[in-house]
Design a protein around this ligand. Structure first.
Ligand SMILES: *Cc1c(COP(=O)(O)O)cnc(C)c1O
Length: 421
C-alpha cells in the first residue's frame, strides 16, 4: 500500500490532511469523494516551478475535475483553463479564470459554443478540422472579431497508454495529420476573422514515459520551422496534457521537472510561449472515494467484497481497465484475504478489482479507493437511480462539502410526465 501526498495513515486510520476519514464518514454517509486542498495546490505549484524558466501558461484541463471549488483554488493560484465545452467555459469564468487564459479544445465545437467563446474573447481556439476553422471564421468575421487559433496537429505517435485514452495516432478522431496540416495553415491564414498564432498537440492521457512526448515535441518543432518558412508567425506552442500519475504501487511516472526540461530541450529554441494543459497530474492523486462494505459474499470460487460505491460513481475500472489501490480506512488486522471488489450496479462490469489481496473486512467497514481525483466524480452518473456521490474538500483540520448529495426527490422530479398522457 502506497499512500499519496496528504493522504496517509495516522494511528492506523486514514487521514486526508489532518482529518480522519472515519470521523468524516460519521458525518457524511458513504460513498463520497474527498480531496486534499493542499495536494492540489502543491501539484499546481510544482508545474509552475518546473516551467519557471520558460514563458508558460498552465491551463488546467477542466474535464479532469470541474468542481467549482477546485477551479476557484486553481484560478486563485493563477491557472488558466483548457475547456472542451461551453459548460466548461462557464465554469472556468465563474471560478475566476480570466478569459484570456482560456483555451478551447474539442472536435465538435458547435456554432453556439464558438459564438459564446468569441463573445468572451478567449485566449485561443484549438482547431481540430477544416470545417471548424471555416465556422469560426464565419462567426468571428460576422461580428468583426478576431479568433486567435492554434491548429491541433496529430503527430501519429504511439502514446503507449490505454487505447481509449490515446489520441495522437492517425486512426484517432483528434487533430489534423501533421503531414497535411501545412496546407490547412495556409488556408487558415487566408480566412477573415482568424489570427493564426500557434500549434497544438495532445497525444493522450496517463503517459508514464517521456519518449512519446519527445517524439511528438520534436515533430512539432520541425513543423513550426516549416510554418515560419511559410510566413506564419507562430508564437504559441500548446503541448497539451497527458502526464501520468502513479495509480499502482510500482508505477513510476516521470516527474513534472523532467517533463518541463524535455519541453525546453525540444521547443525552447523556438522562443514561443508554451501552453500546457495538465488535468490528471494536478488532481488525480489528490482525491479518494470513500465507501462502505455492504456485504462480504462467499461465492463458489470467489469471495466478493460488495461495497456501496459503484461504476456509476467511478467508471475508470470498467471503462479503462484502470487499476486503483483499495485499502481499509482503519487498519486493525494483519490477516488478509482475496476479494473481488464489486459495486451494487446490475452489471458484471461493476467491478473495481479481481482477486485483490486485502486485509480481512466485514460489513460496515470503510474502504478508500485511491487516486480518484481525476476522471472520477466528473464521469459519474445516476445509473440505477443512485445519487451522485457528494464531494468533500479538506484543508488542514477543516473540511467542507463542495458538492452535496441531491435528494431522491430532486432526481425523480427532473423527469416530466407529458400533459397529454
Ligand atoms: C483531456 C485533455 C487534457 C488533459 O489530459 P490529462 O491526461 O488529464 O492531463 C489536455 N488537453 C486536451 C486537449 C485534452 O483532451
Amino acid at each position: 500500500m502506497k499512500t499519496q501526498a496528504h493522504i496517509s495513515y495516522q494511528d492506523n486510520t486514514m487521514h486526508v490532511e489532518k482529518v480522519s476519514v472515519a470521523a468524516m464518514a460519521k458525518d457524511i454517509p458513504t460513498p463520497f469523494y474527498c480531496y486534499s486542498y493542499t495536494a492540489i495546490k502543491e501539484n499546481y505549484l510544482a508545474y509552475q516551478q518546473a516551467f519557471a524558466e520558460q514563458d508558460t501558461l498552465i491551463c488546467y484541463a477542466v474535464k479532469a475535475n470541474s468542481n467549482q471549488a477546485i477551479l476557484s483554488l486553481l484560478a486563485s493560484l493563477g491557472a488558466g483553463a483548457d475547456v472542451v465545452s461551453e459548460g466548461e467555459i462557464r465554469r472556468a469564468l465563474q471560478a475566476g479564470v480570466p478569459a484570456n487564459k482560456i483555451v478551447f479544445s474539442g472536435v465538435a465545437k458547435t456554432r453556439k459554443e464558438i459564438a459564446y467563446a468569441l463573445s468572451h474573447n478567449i485566449f485561443q481556439f484549438n482547431v481540430e478540422s477544416e470545417p471548424e476553422l471555416q465556422l469560426i471564421s464565419e462567426l468571428a468575421s460576422a461580428q468583426n472579431l478576431t479568433a486567435c487559433i492554434s491548429i491541433r496537429v496529430n503527430p501519429n505517435v504511439c502514446a503507449n497508454t490505454h487505447a481509449k485514452i490515446t489520441t495522437g495516432k492517425s486512426e484517432n478522431k483528434f487533430g489534423i495529420p501533421i503531414t497535411k496540416a501545412r496546407s490547412v495553415y495556409h488556408f487558415a491564414a487566408s480566412l477573415p476573422g482568424i489570427k493564426v498564432q500557434g500549434v497544438d498537440v495532445h497525444i493522450g492521457s496517463q503517459l508514464t514515459d517521456l519518449a512519446p512526448f519527445e517524439q511528438a515535441f520534436n515533430k512539432v518543432a520541425e513543423f513550426v520551422d516549416t510554418l515560419e518558412e511559410d510566413g506564419h508567425d507562430i508564437s504559441i506552442i500548446d503541448i497539451g496534457g497527458g502526464l501520468g500519475i502513479d495509480y499502482a504501487e510500482d508505477d513510476t511516472p516521470p516527474n513534472k521537472d523532467a517533463y518541463a526540461k524535455l519541453a525546453k530541450k525540444c521547443l525552447g529554441h523556438l522562443n514561443c510561449k508554451i501552453v500546457v494543459e495538465p488535468g490528471r497530474s494536478i488532481v488525480g492523486n489528490t482525491g479518494i472515494l470513500v465507501s462502505s462494505v455492504v456485504y462480504v459474499k462467499k461465492g463458489e470460487e470467489r469471495q466478493f467484497l460488495i461495497i456501496d460505491a459503484g461504476m456509476n460513481d467511478l467508471i475508470r475500472p470498467s471503462m479503462y481497465d484502470a487499476y486503483h489501490q483499495i485499502t481499509p480506512v482503519i487498519r486493525n488486522t494483519n490477516e488478509t484475504a482475496l476479494y473481488d471488489v464489486v459495486g451494487p450496479v446490475c452489471e458484471t462490469g461493476d467491478t473495481f478489482s479481481k482477486n485483490r489481496e486485502l486485509p480481512v473486512l466485514q460489513s460496515d467497514d470503510l474502504v478508500a479507493i485511491l487516486s480518484c481525483g481525476a476522471y472520477g466524480s466528473v464521469m459519474s452518473s445516476t445509473y440505477n437511480t443512485r445519487l451522485f456521490a457528494p464531494e468533500i474538500m479538506v484543508k488542514d483540520e477543516q473540511y467542507s462539502v463542495i458538492r452535496s448529495r441531491q435528494s431522491y426527490q430532486d432526481v425523480i422530479e427532473q423527469d416530466v410526465i407529458p400533459p397529454w398522457w
